[in-house]
Structure formats: C-alpha cells, structure tokens
Design a protein around this ligand. Structure first.
Ligand code: NAD
Length: 441
C-alpha cells in the first residue's frame, strides 16, 4: 500500500519504518528542519534501538522517503497516519494544535480515497474533529473524495518500540466504517498473523482506551510510591512487599516498582489529560488527580533525601554525581524526566552536579546548554570525580553492578542515593557506604 505518515517522532518514524519493512511504500512528512535533514541522510534524529538500521534499510530500498510538507507527501496515498505531538497545556488539556494543523493540511491536499489514521494520543472526540476539519477543507475546495478518519492509538514503549509495534498485545481500531476498517485490516495483516489482535470499537472507546491504559500503569507506580513512604515510616522494605504482591496472579508483577517518580512524554501528560477530560464532562477524576499529585511529590523525594542527609552543613558547595538523565533506560528522551527535578533542586540549593547518561547527553545539552553548577560528563566514573555523593536516577543496565568499594573510595561523604532500588542495601553498606533507597525502611 501507499502510506503517508505525518510527524517523524518516536511514534511516526517507528510506524513508517515498520510498514515500509513489510513492503509498503511510505512517505514521512516532517516539518522540523533538523529532523528532516538527518532523515534525508537516513539518520534517526533520536535514540531508539534498531530504528537506524530499519530506516537505513528501507530508505536504501526506496520504500521510505522523507518530505517536509503534506502537499508533497500525500498525493497518491491510500492511508495517512497522523502521528504528531499532543503536549500538555498548563491546564492539563492536550494541546491539539498539531493534530488540527495536520488535519487541515490533509483536507487541502487529499486527491483520492483515503483512510486517515489518528495515531496521536488525543481526547475523546478527536476523530470527529479531524473528520470535520477535513470535510470543511474539501467543501471549501469544492471537491468530493471518500475520506474516513479512524482512531488507532499507539501502545509502543520507547526503548522497545519496534518490537512493541510489530508484536504488540493488541491493535485497536476505532471506527464504524466497514470499508475503512477493511483497509486497516489489510495494512496490519503482516503484524496480525500469529493470533487475532485487531479490536474494532467505536472511536470514543478507542480514544479512551489509550488514556485508560496509561493511567492504569501510572496508578500502579504512584500506588507503590505511596506505599514506599509508608514502608519507610513503619520499617518495612518495599522490595519485599513488591515481591509478595506481584506473585498474586490477580495483581501481577509489572509496573510495581517504587522509584524517583514516573516521567516521559506520555504518562505525566496523559494522566493530566484524562483528569481534564473528566472535568470537561462535569466529573472529577479523583483517583487520577491523586496519581498525578503523588507523582509530583515523588519527583522531589530524592532531593529531600539528599538534603536531609546533608542537613548539618547544607548542600552549598557539595558536589553530587548523578547517573541517569533519560526518563527510563534505552531512550534519550528527557521529557518530564525525574532527573530534571532532582538536578534543578540541587542547583537551586547551591550544590554542584556532575551528570552522566549512556545516551541522553545530547538531550541534556539541548535542555540545559551551559548551566552554572552543572557539568555533563563523558562517562559514569567521571561523574564521581570530586563528588560527595552519588544519586542514580535511571535504571540503566550499566549502573546495576558498580564496584561499591571503588565508590566508597571516590565519594567524599561515602553515601549513595538509589532512586530505582537497583542495589542490595547490605552489599552497599558492607563496602562502607551509607545507602538510601526508596521505601527501604
Ligand atoms: P514527537 O514530538 O517526538 O514527534 C512529533 C513530530 O511531529 C515532531 O517531529 C513534529 O515536528 C512533527 N509534526 C507536527 N506537526 C507536523 C506537521 N503538520 N507536518 C509535519 N510534521 C509535523 O512525538 P512522539 O513522541 O512521536 O508522539 C506522537 C504522539 O504519539 C503523541 O500524541 C504521543 O502522546 C503519542 N505516543 C507517544 C509514545 C511515545 O513513547 N513517544 C507512545 C505512544 C503514543
């Protein structure tokens, strides 16, 4: 099939490359000049394992090409994905301007029958809104084409995006139009071979499913973070509690990790957007609002622990090594990452920070540039040079088994703050270090 994808971010580029890889002809439309310049050299402008090879292979085989506007990218397409950003507005509402813009461009350029696939995470009613914008543009042009908008939320995770896309748990389609659904079934057929994964539902349910799934996962994390505080207060170990809970098949072991708080481009904004959607509907999503506020508080937790440890002579003039900047391992995405809250709080308290991440250094440089008190260093050992303490914020594999005796020799105050409960407190203490985890009372 001939497919156009608008937006070459984490979702759009993975979608485009995976459909190209099974033989479709895909045009990626990306308006960001830096992203498009990189893509035209078959370089992926962000870190996602396996994606560079996939893009290079399909660009080389002429199954993928890159253009900067919809007018060049849409003619002749049978399916057009909208995979643009829906960042949060200050109210928590999803900013729909990129989706509206893409819809208008489609309406102005469509030249034949087309299924428009709304893949961006967007509130209930977006399919109808996009359909309305396209119909209006068509009417203004005085032309008639069969164009149907289908909701198809994306459930991939950064860091394992290709696997999630090609072998995901489900493919949700929100549409009442049989012809549009048939086109989508055909397009997804290569990824739907092992067992039936396609779930067709009405657009509103499809749109809500995406928010429901992300908010449920975020709820589990915030619940564990709340329990971690209780564990600290009453002298329990949240890691033991987690294991004891997780074996219960009604609960399951995923997303039960207490830590420095959740971040990333999805959970924080989707939780807020769900709460906003409820308010718009005249309801109050009390649990969802609590999930968000527990998380905001949790993102301060590591700083509170560090400040409490150094309370006697304060943080001014202290140097804190920070390992991990990305919001989770295997990505360079720092959107809403807990490391940002920690580093900002440390700098505001007069501490110096030496920070390292295995892949997010470029994202960190873009975020902070030259920042007084902050040094972005080349590797994990360099972060320890002259440091009083170490804080680990992202659970990269490379941070799981450091040489604790070496750490004890390097850190002036001989103290570590383990924001992901990566380490066994007894082994760390045996090396002569003070250990502070999350919820390890
Ligand atoms: P992103 O911000 O990385 O990428 C979006 C891209 O769209 C940007 O490069 C932007 O320049 C481009 N764009 C916007 N309007 C355009 C236009 N009119 N023409 C051409 N290009 C345009 O976003 P992302 O992380 O890929 O997320 C996209 C959507 O998917 C969001 O709604 C997000 O919530 C959702 N989602 C993201 C993930 C994830 O892990 N990142 C997972 C599931 C769903």
């Amino acid at each position: 099939m001939r497919v156009t994808v608008i937006g070459a971010g984490y979702v759009g580029l993975v979608t485009a490359a995976c459909f190209a890889d099974v033989g479709n002809t895909v045009v990626c439309v990306e308006r960001d000049p830096q992203r498009i310049a990189a893509l035209r050299k078959a370089q992926v402008p962000f870190y996602e394992p396996g994606l560079s090879e996939l893009v290079a292979r399909n660009a080389q085989a002429s199954r993928m090409r890159f253009v900067e506007d919809v007018a060049q990218g849409l003619p002749g397409a049978q399916v057009c994905f909208i995979a643009v950003g829906t960042p949060p507005l200050p109210s928590g509402q999803a900013d729909m301007s990129q989706v509206r813009g893409a819809a208008a461009e489609i309406g102005r350029c469509v030249d034949g029958p087309l299924v428009v696939v709304q893949k961006s995470t967007a509130p209930v009613g977006t399919v109808a809104m996009v359909q309305g914008i396209i119909d209006q543009e068509l009417a203004a042009r005085g032309v008639q084409h069969w164009v149907r908008v289908v909701s198809n939320p994306e459930f991939l995770k950064e860091g394992s995006a290709i696997d999630d896309f090609t072998r995901g748990d489900r493919i949700v389609l929100g549409s009442r139009d049989e012809r549009a659904v048939a086109v989508m079934r055909e397009l997804y057929r290569p990824f739907n071979r092992n067992h039936e994964k396609i779930m067709v539902m009405d657009p509103a349910s499809s749109e809500l499913t995406k928010y429901a799934a992300n908010t449920m996962l975020a709820t589990r994390i915030s619940f564990m973070n709340e329990l971690a505080r209780l564990a600290e207060a009453v002298g329990a170990d949240i890691e033991q509690v987690r294991l004891g809970m997780g074996v219960d098949q009604r609960i399951g072991s995923h997303f039960l990790y207490a830590g420095a708080g959740y971040g990333g481009s999805c959970f924080p904004k989707d939780v807020k957007a769900l709460a906003f959607m409820a308010r718009e509907a005249g309801l109050r999503a009390e649990l969802t609002e609590a999930v968000d506020s527990v998380n905001q508080r949790q993102k301060q937790r590591m700083f509170e622990k560090i400040a409490a440890h150094f309370a006697a002579d304060g943080l001014r003039g202290k140097t804190i090594a920070v390992w991990g900047l990305a919001f989770k391992p295997n990505t360079d995405d720092m959107r809403d990452a807990p490391a940002i809250d920690l580093i900002e709080a440390l700098l505001a308290a007069g501490a110096r920070v030496r920070a390292f991440d295995p892949v997010a250094m470029e994202s960190a440089r873009r975020l902070w540039g030259e920042r007084e008190g902050l040094e972005l260093v080349a590797d994990a050992p360099s972060a320890l040079e002259g440091a009083d303490a170490l804080a680990v914020v992202t659970e990269w594999h490379a941070f799981r088994s450091p040489d604790f005796e070496q750490l004890a020799r390097s850190l002036k105050a001989r103290v570590v703050f383990d924001g992901r409960n990566l380490w066994e407190p007894a082994s760390v203490r045996a090396a002569g270090l003070s250990y502070h985890g999350i919820g390890r009372g």
